[in-house]
Ligand binder design. Structure first.
Ligand SMILES: Cc1cc2nc3c(=O)[nH]c(=O)nc-3n(C[C@H](O)[C@H](O)[C@H](O)COP(=O)(O)OP(=O)(O)OC[C@H]3O[C@@H](n4cnc5c(N)ncnc54)[C@H](O)[C@@H]3O)c2cc1C
Length: 392
């Protein structure tokens, strides 16, 4: 049994850290201040293979596994809380296809997605509430050889800038909640970059954190999707969504962990420099112990996350293979714990900086703002605790 990262994984971490420091960090705070989307981030991620890590080699991906994806996301998020939202949203959007699509659908969509040529997004959440899919009303009605999709999805990451979307739509409202919806894949853009007829983007969210992320309302108005682009079987969306989230949650944990690591490093450096009452504040026990607790929390979250990723990456994504309660629990535990740690660590990093921590000239307040949403999206931490408690 090996309890260390492999040489390849350590090399990946070093390579991504270099990319993050040199290509992503410059401009992070200016873009956050201006709430400006950074299109160059997609190019940086794609050109360095960071949109391909988990995808099968047969479709042009790296097939490096979930733990590699986690390590890369951690390093990206160490310098910017937003950039991981692009790659996590991409993987989230593609997972339903990897999990449930037939070979024809895979061949149509995965080569572009796996190489990062096509950015991906997943339209699930609606105004009735992201936690409870029972109220979802986006409808897909069969007309001949195609489905007409109508409805609205909210808070969708990459909803404007992606090329391919998967969408969760009700196909038979009379069926029980777990059987009434179906997943479809569709191309969002015409060759000239305009949206295809029937798809548009509505409200763009103005957010506390992740301010440079593309978080928008997806509007479906008679979107025509060929029946052959159904992902899995009719009525299978709930099962596909649950399995999708099982595999995607560790990546959210990695965003939280990297963001916390970045805040922690800033806090330690500041605590060694800032002299109050005649000595650096790290030598005042109140601050020294706070930093010690942050170190403990970060390393604990990292170990749980790496364990969860190691467990999950060995499992079949195939929709016909069910995960055990213990396997599902790892996914939820690492997401819940790492994102709670992310919030606690970044809040304490602000505390270490004192009044400067609260000001935008210093880096930690952004990290605290970026940390919050990670306790909310991809299943809030209340929902994670619900999932975990049900497996006990
Ligand atoms: C920046 C951002 C990006 C996002 N990206 C995407 C995306 O790409 N695709 C997508 O589909 N969605 C996305 N979302 C939506 C996100 O997943 C939802 O916001 C989240 O699932 C919570 O749903 P909600 O906001 O409707 O809260 P609600 O479901 O209304 O919940 C409100 C509160 O009640 C709590 N709660 C709900 N049910 C229970 C319960 N049974 N027990 C205890 N507490 C409960 C919740 O934890 C929460 O605190 C994104 C959201 C944000 C903010």
């Amino acid at each position: 049994m090996q309890y260390e990262l492999t040489e390849e994984q350590n090399m990946l971490r070093a390579a991504v850290r270099k990319i993050a420091e040199e290509q992503i960090k410059p401009g992070v705070f200016e873009a956050d201040e201006a709430e400006r989307w950074r299109p160059e981030l997609i190019d940086i991620l794609r050109d360095n293979g960071l949109l391909s890590i988990e995808f099968p080699k047969e479709y042009g991906g790296e097939d490096a596994g979930l733990l590699a994806e986690v390590i890369a996301t951690e390093e990206l998020s160490r310098v910017d809380g937003t950039v991981g939202n692009i790659s996590a949203g991409h993987t989230l959007g593609a997972l339903p296809i990897l999990i449930a699509a037939n070979d024809d659908v895979k061949k149509r969509f995965l080569p572009g997605i796996s190489t990062g040529k096509d950015l991906c997004t997943f339209g699930l959440t609606e105004t009735s509430g992201g936690s409870d899919v029972a109220g979802f009303t986006t409808r897909a009605e069969k007309k001949g050889n195609e489905y007409l999709i109508n409805g609205n999805k909210i808070f969708i990451s990459n909803g404007t800038y992606a090329d391919v979307s998967t969408v969760y739509a009700v196909t038979d409202p009379a069926k029980p909640q777990h059987q009434k919806a179906t997943v479809f894949a569709f191309r969002m853009k015409n060759p000239d970059g305009s949206f295809v007829p029937g798809y548009s983007v509505g409200k763009r969210e103005i957010k506390m954190g992740l301010r440079t992320a593309d978080t928008v309302e997806q509007v479906y108005n008679d979107l025509h999707v060929p029946a052959e682009d159904m992902v899995g079987k009719e009525g299978q969306a709930f099962a596909i969504m649950m399995k999708t989230l099982d595999f995607s949650r560790p990546v959210i944990a990695a965003q939280a962990l990297g963001n916390a690591q970045g805040a922690f490093e800033e806090a330690v450096a500041y605590a060694k420099e800032r002299v109050v009452f005649g000595k650096p504040i790290i030598q005042h026990e109140g601050i020294g112990f706070m930093l010690a607790d942050m170190a403990i929390q970060i390393e604990s979250a990292r170990q749980l996350l790496y364990k969860a990723a190691s467990v999950l990456q060995e499992l079949s994504k195939d929709i016909n293979v069910r995960l055990t309660p213990e396997q599902v629990r790892y996914s939820s535990m690492c997401k819940c714990y790492a994102t709670d740690v992310g919030m606690a660590v970044t809040t304490n990093a602000v505390q270490v900086f004192g009044g400067y921590g609260y000001c935008r000239d210093y880096p930690v307040e952004k990290k605290m703002r970026d940390a919050k949403v990670l306790q909310i999206y991809e299943g809030s931490n209340e929902i994670q605790r619900l999932v975990i408690s049900r497996t006990l």
